[in-house]
Design a protein around this ligand. Structure first.
Ligand code: Q46
Ligand code: ZN
Ligand code: ZN
Length: 311
């Protein structure tokens, strides 16, 4: 098969819209789609500084790559979770990706910062639950301490569709009221704006983009991800997509149109400043400071001009 736009052999067959594309034209298609997502949902305003959270995996690497190529002002942050060899390899990939891209990379290591890595804390709380809490706190506080206007993550269409699907199956209406491609800044900017530039691109397209553009990434899954129900929900949606191309994007767009229905269920808790770190909290001490037993806030201010790598 030939590319729809040139004579070169096709590299990918897209199902929705249906077409064959060569690597160059697929790259163009992909980047145009990211640009349109940024414009449609007003993710980035001119002149904003964006912090891209890079895990070493494909989604965040592609996010950083495309934002840089589209001319946005980006820096990257890698959070080393301290999960044995998995985290060491992830950090290596993140370093290589940013070096190749020529963007500054900052590294925060959970074990150095908090004394223990993820999975090493004796608690009844599930590992992924306090891992998520820790990651969200660190990238938000890092962005806030260093004056970034937004945090970009690599969530793709499959992540969004499976998240909505899973939460519908469990009627977690609270979560369904808050999902989307953009979460605006809140609490005087202490909760930094969060954006998802790959919101309308499928996982398959992200993998193809990485392949077409020689982006190396860590393929291994986190050992704690094994058996996560998200994988099953993704599988079901993939089967549906196979039979009815466009299922995922129509599901997610339909959700965005109907999101208001869930907003009525939202029980807004009033936020105040955490006694330890001053960041927004629903109680006297925020869940991050409480979980890690902190007496002093963690600070991420980057010292020195033009620092490229914070070790
Ligand atoms: S939450 Fe859980 Fe992930 Fe953290 S412990 Fe691993 S699987 S990394 S997206
Ligand atoms: Zn072509
Ligand atoms: Zn706190």
């Amino acid at each position: 098969m030939r590319c729809k736009f040139c004579e070169r052999p096709a590299f990918i067959k897209l199902h929705y819209p249906r077409m064959y594309l060569c690597p160059e034209h697929f790259t163009e298609y992909f980047e145009r789609k990211v640009k349109r997502t940024i414009e449609r949902y007003k993710l980035i305003k001119p002149g904003e500084r964006i912090l891209v959270v890079v895990s070493g995996g494909k989604d965040s690497a592609v996010t950083a790559h495309v934002l840089k190529k589209l001319g946005y002002d980006i820096e990257c942050l890698h959070i080393n979770l301290g999960i044995g060899e998995y985290s060491e390899k992830s950090e290596e990939y993140a370093k290589r990706q940013c070096e190749k891209l020529g963007v500054p990379l900052h590294i925060v290591r959970v074990r150095e910062l908090l004394g223990r890595g993820i999975g090493e804390v004796r608690t009844r709380r599930p590992t992924c639950s306090y891992c998520g809490l820790t990651k969200r706190y660190i990238f938000n506080k890092f962005a806030y301490d260093n004056g970034f206007d937004a945090v970009a993550t690599g969530h793709n269409l499959d992540d969004e569709a499976s998240f909505i699907f899973a939460n519908l199956m469990n009627w977690n209406t609270q979560y369904l009221a808050k999902q989307g491609p953009i979460t605006p800044a809140q609490f005087n900017g202490k909760l930094v704006k969060k954006i998802k530039p790959l919101y309308e691109l499928t996982e398959r397209e992200v993998v193809a983009y990485a392949l077409a553009n020689d982006i190396e990434y860590h393929i291994e899954e986190c050992p704690h991800a094994v058996g996560a129900p998200t994988i099953e929900y993704k599988g079901i949606l993939n089967e549906m997509e196979e039979k009815r191309p466009g299922t995922k994007i129509n599901f997610v767009k339909g959700y965005l149109r109907k999101k208001k229905l869930f907003e009525a269920e939202l029980q807004e808790t009033e936020l105040r400043e955490c006694r330890i770190c001053g960041m927004p909290s629903s109680g006297e001490v925020c869940s991050f400071c409480r979980f890690w037993g902190l007496e002093e806030p963690v600070e991420f201010k980057i010292s020195g001009e033009g620092q490229k790598l914070q070790e």
